[in-house]
Design a protein. Structure first.
Length: 138
């Protein structure tokens, strides 16, 4: 289904089947483009920016339906390296084993990260890090 020219019926079927609202918008934009609407008209009709419509149509024309798929959003790289994370896991595991049932608190881990690695995190981010390291279940 990666042919670059899809007929109106095919696009219509894809729009009806699509669960993602964002992808439906992109497909609607393609459909309107095929109907001869300008990118400005499409943006106005769909209530999205003309920049988005331009990008969607360009991606469709260059890569077909595959060009409309969402790309993975990588986000900001972690301030902690793999080695830091391994050291943090070792610290948490050894500290939790050596205490009498009390687990480390987020603020203690926050202080450890700050003093060992020189990285400052909000407490909410400490719990996200712990979750990514697998401590939500431990």
């Amino acid at each position: 289904m990666d042919d670059y020219c899809h007929d109106r019926l095919t696009i219509n079927q894809l729009i009806r089947k699509e669960k993602s609202a964002r992808m439906r918008l992109k497909l609607l934009a393609v459909q309107h483009f095929q109907d001869g609407k300008s990118r400005y008209q499409i943006a106005s009709y769909l209530k999205v920016s003309r920049t988005s419509v331009n990008r969607w149509i360009s991606n469709y024309l260059s890569s077909g339906l595959h060009g409309l798929e969402e790309k993975k959003h990588t986000g900001r790289p972690s301030a902690l390296t793999k080695e830091h994370k391994k050291q943090l896991i070792d610290y948490i595991d050894s500290t939790n084993k050596n205490t009498s049932g009390d687990k480390l608190k987020g603020t203690e881990i926050q202080r450890y990260i700050s003093s060992e690695f020189g990285v400052e995190y909000e407490i909410s981010n400490i719990y996200k890090i712990l979750d990514r390291l697998g401590y939500s279940e431990r």
